[in-house]
Design a protein around this ligand. Structure first.
Ligand code: ATP
Length: 253
């Protein structure tokens, strides 16, 4: 990977870009993943490249929902594998949940490479190589799912996902938690909880929150979701972008 000096003002963003480019080179990520990364970078820039108050609120609700889940599952695609393989393994461990590889541009070789990487980074249960069920309403490759994993899960985490799959999983009656920097995407609008944050920050924050809430009484966790309004959180994210832009206008005018 290119050596990026830590002092560079855009260090984190450049490291992320390098990781996705490296993911493409290693056959983990499809070339379309570079475009998704570019779109994410743009929104991260508009947000000020920080975890906002609305993202923290969504993360808190997501941790509670995952801890209350009977059978949670975490979805991994090529961008997620390139950016946060170890962090996803740690989150899965904290929740005792499986990771399931699901690719928009599926090839068996890429699924295996990602599954092997996740295992190498400490994941205990990795699914997706032998799907045995389909999610209704999606075309064949994207519909593939695994019993005991996403197919049977009541709560599914779908980082960097497209709107169709989010909608199809929600239509199966699952609670869906998205991580998506675009508060206007179909995914963000269709999810039960949308964490509008960079996955690089969101997954470690979520794991820390799971750790923090894991000793809370169940009754306390059950109070979090009824007080959570995802549409309001998305509106807050848009307002945070607006406030960030306004506070920077002085620099450019
Ligand atoms: P939708 O169908 O939901 O409207 P889309 O067509 O915009 O989605 P893609 O182009 O596949 O979806 O991109 C996936 C989403 O992931 C985009 O909204 C993008 O902003 C977001 N994204 C990309 N990189 C990151 C990242 N590092 N962290 C969080 N979100 C990201």
């Amino acid at each position: 990977m290119t050596d990026i000096p830590k002092s560079h003002p855009r260090y984190a963003s450049l490291v992320a870009r390098e990781r996705v480019a490296e993911g493409v080179k290693r056959g983990l990520t499809s070339s379309q993943g570079l475009i998704a990364q570019g779109r994410g970078e743009c929104f991260d820039y508009l947000l000020g490249e920080k975890t906002t108050a609305s993202a923290a609120k969504a993360t808190n609700a997501a941790a509670a929902l995952l801890l209350l889940a009977k059978q949670p599952a975490l979805s991994v695609n090529g961008n997620v594998a390139a950016l946060v393989p170890e962090e996803m393994a740690l989150l899965a461990q904290a929740l005792d949940a499986p990771l399931e590889v699901n690719l928009f541009h599926r090839t068996e070789e890429r699924v295996k490479k990602i599954a092997d990487l996740l295992r190498e980074r400490g994941a205990k249960r990795v699914l997706g190589e032998n799907p045995d069920a389909t999610v209704p309403g999606l075309d064949h490759a994207r519909a593939l799912a695994t019993r005991g994993g996403i197919y049977d899960a009541d709560v599914v985490l779908i980082p960097l996902e497209d709107g169709d799959r989010c909608e199809a999983l929600a239509a199966m009656g699952k609670a869906v938690i998205a991580i998506d920097l675009n508060p206007l995407s179909r995914t963000a609008r269709k999810a039960t909880i949308s964490i509008v944050d960079n996955i690089l920050r969101a997954v470690p924050n979520l794991t820390a929150m799971v750790g923090q809430l894991s000793s809370a009484p169940r009754a306390d966790l059950e109070k979090i979701m009824p007080g959570y309004d995802n549409q309001r959180v998305l509106g807050d994210a848009v307002n945070e972008i607006r406030a960030h832009l306004e506070s920077n206008l002085g620099d450019v005018s």
